[in-house]
Design a protein around this ligand. Structure first.
Ligand SMILES: Cc1cc2nc3c(=O)[nH]c(=O)nc-3n(C[C@H](O)[C@H](O)[C@H](O)COP(=O)(O)OP(=O)(O)OC[C@H]3O[C@@H](n4cnc5c(N)ncnc54)[C@H](O)[C@@H]3O)c2cc1C
Length: 472
């Protein structure tokens, strides 16, 4: 594609702001449409660009965590939003915690002062004809625009509610207590790992689900009619328990057709674990979307056989979220297959979390810039691991049979080590050593893809860090 000299960006949140500033630095003119302050979402409170809707933490800066690594890469890639976050940092231990008003005001001032960016304060109700078009309207996209998008890409390709089951680290499972098998499949073979429960285990679980502490809904966000519609279709596991003591045993935990090869018997109930990726480094607890507090998920699910030492890569949750079915709607150039030249980005494309959304905004701008990289970032890097979760086919040009990422229903991704490909060789030591090896590999591969020296994330350096210019 010929490099554009103008791009329209709809949505001035974290991703849209990052994309607009990044494009401007590449010499591309931008029109940025933002509906606030005239139309607010249920969570935004101001007219500022890049407003943080809830917590003021962008999570860890420790480069040995997945989020720290992502920040390190984004800093090297010259992310404006991350730069502003470091400028507005306030004490928060190992996390990047910001003064939220200063953060969003800093970025708003910066965008308003940018001669390449025109800000239009207007709500966009239909996909405009402008191309290229970046859609960055986020989890709370205004309803008319969502409806228009739905009509153009197909009703089953955009969701309004996000029901996430916990995802666990495969290496933290006690496999001696689990067995493989699909319902009605050959005992001992199959795609699922099954956690067998006897009647007492099952009753304990149901009691715990009934009495575990739950997260209250976000006021003004989860009381929207479209959210409630989806809520009925995708019940949290504790709501199923509320509806009767046997509902789970006849629902997601039904053991029918499953025989534990160690006992030759069908368990009273099972919890099924399904691989999250081809390499089976992470497993999803099928049907266990939940509004239990994270600490309660730890307490309750660790009682299950084989999960006593489990490490959660991601906790379960259920909340309002507008997101696309990325692996099915995106093309290899990250634009919509049905609408060439339209590039969804940020949370709506299927990532979750502030830093992930910033990363997508930066990547969208990068691939629309006059000098895009020749390839996608390697899957072994943090930005590449995120992208691979969205467009797995683009990382397998040899078009092998679809992986679990493409056959399972898509749910939004936040970055965790389970998204990274496994290490080629066994690493001596424990979890820490394995993670360090993943980080070392990511740094090496990022440097050869990006080609610029890595920068440190030491807090005292953040204020005077000179970010690398767009690569030419
Ligand atoms: C209630 C809630 C709480 C959250 N809490 C956290 C948290 O604590 N930590 C975390 O990491 N993540 C959290 N998230 C996720 C968070 O929203 C995203 O991580 C991030 O803000 C998404 O960035 P974005 O740029 O994609 O969307 P946003 O930052 O939401 O930006 C989208 C922008 O598009 C604008 N817009 C929408 N529709 C239109 C339209 N039709 N025309 C013009 N403009 C439009 C909106 O006004 C908004 O400014 C939360 C999400 C929600 C909904």
């Amino acid at each position: 594609m010929k490099a554009p000299d103008h791009v329209t960006v709809v949505g001035g949140g974290l991703a849209g702001t990052e994309a607009a500033l990044s494009l401007s630095r590449s010499g591309v003119c931008v029109t940025l449409c933002e509906m606030r302050p005239d139309t607010l979402t249920g969570a935004h409170r101001t007219g500022n660009l890049a407003e943080l809707v809830c917590s003021n933490s962008l999570k860890s800066v420790d480069p040995e965590t997945a989020h720290g690594l992502l920040k390190e890469e984004l800093v090297a890639m010259g992310s404006f939003v991350l730069e502003a976050a470091f400028q507005c940092r306030i004490p928060g231990g190992g996390a990047l915690v910001v003064d939220r008003d200063r953060f969003s005001s800093t970025l708003t001032t910066r965008v308003n002062a940018d001669p390449n960016i025109t800000v239009r304060r207007e709500r966009v109700d239909r996909i405009p004809p402008d191309r290229p078009l970046i859609l960055a309207t986020g989890p709370l996209t205004a309803p008319a625009l969502s409806e228009d998008l739905l009509a153009r890409i197909g009703s089953d390709r955009l969701s309004f509610y996000d029901a996430i089951s916990p995802v666990v680290d495969a290496l933290s499972l006690d496999l001696s207590k689990l067995f493989r098998g699909d319902r009605y499949g050959t005992p001992g073979e199959g795609d699922y790992l099954n956690i067998p429960l006897d009647e007492e285990d099952y009753r304990t679980l149901v009691e715990d689900l009934l009495h575990g502490e739950r997260v209250p809904p976000h006021e003004g966000v989860e009381d929207r009619p479209e959210a409630l519609r989806a809520f009925e279709a995708c019940q949290p596991v504790e709501s199923l328990a509320d509806s009767g003591p046997q509902t789970l045993a006849f629902g997601p935990m039904r053991p029918v057709g499953l025989v534990d090869p160690r006992t030759g018997r069908t368990p009273y109930a099972v919890v099924q674990l399904r691989a999250e990726n081809r390499e089976e480094t992470a497993y999803n607890m099928v049907g266990f979307q939940t509004k239990l507090r994270y600490s309660e998920q730890d307490r309750i699910f660790r009682k299950l056989p084989g999960l006593s030492d489990v490490q959660f890569l991601r906790y379960g949750s259920l909340h309002r979220n507008t997101f696309l079915d990325a692996p099915r709607v995106l093309g290899p150039d990250l634009s919509l297959r049905e609408l060439p030249g339209v590039y969804p980005t940020g949370q709506m494309v299927g990532v979750e979390g502030y830093t992930e959304s910033i990363a997508l905004g930066r990547l969208s701008a990068l691939y629309l810039s006059p000098a895009p990289p020749a390839s996608l970032p390697p899957a072994t890097t943090a930005v590449g691991a995120l992208l691979r979760a969205l467009v797995p086919f683009a990382y397998r040009p040899e078009a092998l049979s679809p992986g679990p990422e493409e056959t399972a229903p898509f749910s939004p991704v936040n970055l965790h080590f389970g998204l990274f490909p496994p290490l080629p060789a066994r690493v001596r030591g424990g979890k820490r050593e394995r993670r360090r090896a993943i980080v070392d590999r990511a740094r090496r591969d990022f440097a050869s893809w990006w080609g610029s020296p890595r920068e440190s994330l030491l807090p005292e350096e953040s204020g005077r860090r000179h970010l690398s210019p767009e690569r030419r």
